[in-house]
Design a protein around this ligand. Structure first.
Ligand SMILES: O=P(O)(O)OC[C@H]1O[C@@H](O)[C@H](O)[C@@H](O)[C@@H]1O
Length: 319
C-alpha cells in the first residue's frame, strides 16, 4: 500500500484543488464516493482523471461516443482501482512471477499484488496548462510501497485534444539502477465485441496467457468470440481497433511501449472479476500498450524514461 499518512483529508484536498484550478474554464473538481477526480471540457473533447492511480476514466471527443469503457459496477473506494479507463500497471505486469528474474528479485515483501501497486497510489495534480484549446494535466507521484524500497518519481501528462495523449515518465531518484515493467491498461468501449477486429495484429507472434504463456502465431486479424489474454511482444507502433457496429476506429500510436496485451475475460472469467457485470465482456476490449518481459526497462540513477500513447477516434474503419 502507498503511505497515505501525509495526505491531507479529502475536504482540504478538494479545497486546495478548487483554489488552484477552479477558475480555469471547463475544469471541475469532483468527488466520486471517496475518490477525487478532475473533469475537463475543452472545445474539442471531455475527459476525467482520478487522482488515485492517475487513472483516466473517460475520454470523449465532440460528436463521438465515449472512447474508454468504464464499469457501472465501480465502487469508487480508496485502494480499489476502477474497472475501466486506463489503469497504470507499474513496476511489474500481471502476476509478479511472470516478470523477468532480475525485476522479481528487486521486489521485497510477500503478497505482491497483480499489476504492481501504483494504480492504488495517490497522485498529485501539479498543474493544468491550457495551450490553444488543448488541456495538459500534469500529475506526479513518489510511490512508496513495502514492495519497492527505491526512490523514484512518476509523472503523467494527460493532454486532452481531439486525441488523448498520455506521456508517462519514470525517474530513478535512487543511487542504483533498477528495472520495471509498465502497461497502460486501456479498456476501450465497443458496441458489440463479436463485430470488432484488430487488423494490425495479423501475422504477429504472441504469448498465449491462457495456455501458460505459450508462443503462438496469429494468422489473421484479431477477432474475439471467447476469452482472450495475449501478449504481442513485437506489436506495431500503430494499432487500429475497428468497431464495425459503431462505425468507428480507435487508433493507438505508442512510443517506448513495444508490446501490446489484448484481453477480454468473456463471460465465465468475467463473472469472477471485481466490479464487472455479467454482460460487460460484450462492450469492452483491453488493448494495453506495454513494456514488459524482455522489454522491461532498466533505468540508471537520475535517468528519466518517457513512454507515450496517443488515442484517436475516427468515424472511418481504418487499417
Ligand atoms: O483484474 P486485474 O488485476 O485488473 O487484471 C485484469 C487482467 O489484466 C490483463 O492485463 C491480464 O492479461 C489479465 O490476465 C488480467 O486478468
Amino acid at each position: 500500500m502507498a503511505d497515505q499518512s501525509e495526505q491531507p483529508d479529502l475536504a482540504s484536498q478538494m479545497q486546495q484543488l478548487y483554489q488552484r484550478f477552479g477558475n480555469l474554464p471547463g475544469v471541475h473538481i469532483e468527488l466520486h464516493q471517496n475518490l477525487l477526480a478532475v473533469y475537463v471540457q475543452t472545445p474539442k473533447a471531455e475527459a476525467r482523471v482520478f487522482l488515485q492511480g492517475a487513472q483516466v476514466s473517460h475520454f470523449q471527443p465532440k460528436g463521438q461516443p465515449p472512447v474508454l469503457w468504464l464499469s457501472e459496477h465501480n465502487q469508487y473506494q480508496v485502494g480499489k482501482p476502477l474497472r475501466g479507463g486506463i489503469p497504470i500497471s507499474w513496476p511489474w505486469f500481471a502476476d509478479l512471477a511472470r516478470n523477468p528474474a532480475d525485476l522479481r528479485q528487486q521486489v521485497t515483501g510477500d503478497d505482491a499484488p497483480a499489476h504492481g501497486f501504483v494504480r492504488n497510489c495517490d497522485w498529485q495534480l501539479d498543474d493544468i496548462v491550457v495551450d490553444k484549446d488543448v488541456y495538459h494535466l500534469h500529475l506526479s507521484c513518489r510511490p512508496q510501497s513495502k514492495h519497492w524500497p527505491y526512490a523514484c518519481r512518476l509523472g503523467l501528462v494527460v493532454s486532452v485534444d481531439e486525441a488523448l495523449t498520455l506521456a508517462l515518465s519514470v525517474t530513478n531518484l535512487s543511487d542504483r539502477p533498477w528495472r520495471y515493467a509498465l502497461a497502460l491498461h486501456s479498456y476501450f468501449q465497443v458496441e458489440q465485441i463479436s463485430e470488432v477486429t484488430v487488423p494490425s495484429l495479423a501475422g504477429q507472434a504472441y504469448l498465449d496467457c491462457l495456455t501458460d504463456w505459450q508462443p503462438c502465431q496469429q494468422q489473421d486479424a484479431l477477432e474475439i468470440g471467447e476469452e482472450v489474454d495475449r501478449v504481442y511482444t513485437q506489436a506495431p507502433k500503430r494499432i487500429a481497433l475497428q468497431d464495425a457496429v459503431a462505425g468507428r476506429s480507435i487508433v493507438l500510436t505508442s512510443q517506448n511501449l513495444p508490446s501490446l496485451v489484448a484481453w477480454n475475460p468473456w463471460q465465465e472469467k468475467g463473472s469472477r472479476l471485481s466490479q464487472f457485470g455479467t454482460e460487460d465482456h460484450n462492450n469492452m476490449l483491453c488493448l494495453e500498450n506495454a513494456a514488459l518481459l524482455d522489454d522491461a526497462v532498466t533505468v540508471a540513477p537520475k535517468e528519466k524514461q518517457v513512454h507515450t500513447l496517443k488515442i484517436e477516434s475516427s468515424r472511418q474503419l481504418i487499417h
